[in-house]
Ligand binder design. Sequence first.
Ligand code: ATP
Ligand code: MG
Length: 323
Amino acid sequence: MKIAVLPGDGIGKEVVPIAVDVLRTMLPEAEYVYVDVGHERFTREGKAMTNEDIETIKKCDCILFGAITSPPKKCYRSVILTLRQALDMYANVRPFKSCSISPYKVDFTIYRENCEDLYCGMEDVSDDQVLSTRKITRHASERIARKACGHPGLEMLTIVHKANVLRSCELFRDVCIDIAKKAGVPYEEMLVDAMAYNLIRNPSRFDVIVTTNLFGDILSDEAAALIGGLGLSPSANIGDRYALFEPVHGSAPDIAGKGIANPIAAVLSAKMLLEWSGHRAKAEFVQGAVDRTISNGILTPDMGGKFKTEDVGLSIVKHLESQ
Ligand code: ATP
Ligand code: MG
């Protein structure tokens, strides 16, 4: 297997090497292809990512991604949006699983449509009015619904929408119900406002959630708070051919260079890479090593500890090697 490694900017450069150490331990035969993309490269060379980079990435099976600093002014097209489009990675998958020190006990996954909705860039701007178009298609709704219905061990699919007000959501809901029925998957529907409420009131009742791009964006930040923060939240962007794995957090310029970034979100993103590539048992080893590291109190400051990024990484790899 060939893995493209894109550490990006800021703490991306600090946490991705830890995730690569974990992958090298679990997949010694894999090949790692480093590609430098992001704002730091843009400042140095005037380009955040070239077409040549995209071709190099396309020759790999999947991508391990760190984070990219959002420039203060929009001086270049977002690297992650470009990659999502170029590689057609239409499903954003975010698992939320509590650890021993999480404020809530939860274990659910959000499937967020990744390509359309209000983020499709169709905006009609004038001085006194801005019209943003919400695009929802049958095709995109079908493929995210299919991905969610295929979630391993799915017990209940919650379809989140606002179909009582929005016709676009009516289409999304109807398509999801149709796919769930055909797949023989148990499902329920929930309005997005009720979902925001129930996610706090009774988060342990959820299993697999499927929703549109904007709702998924908002609900997944709410969900990250339930498990104890950004430093613990991994994600995957999945298409039919390619997949990209990245921590939910950004480049965290406020702590970059201090060696104190929490590498767990990046390591759990590597765990998702292992699951996606069929190495389920190895993925569970990684989860076990992370759980043990947390129980032993090897924590970075964001989790209330005094340890450094490197200490957490060494502890996780030590547990992996002793399994
Ligand atoms: P960007 O422009 O790259 O999105 P940001 O300023 O929005 O950067 P985020 O990375 O989104 O920063 O992080 C928000 C806050 O959470 C910051 O205060 C950051 O220090 C903290 N944070 C994010 N990720 C981690 C991590 N892995 N470990 C510790 N703290 C983190
Ligand atoms: Mg951010």
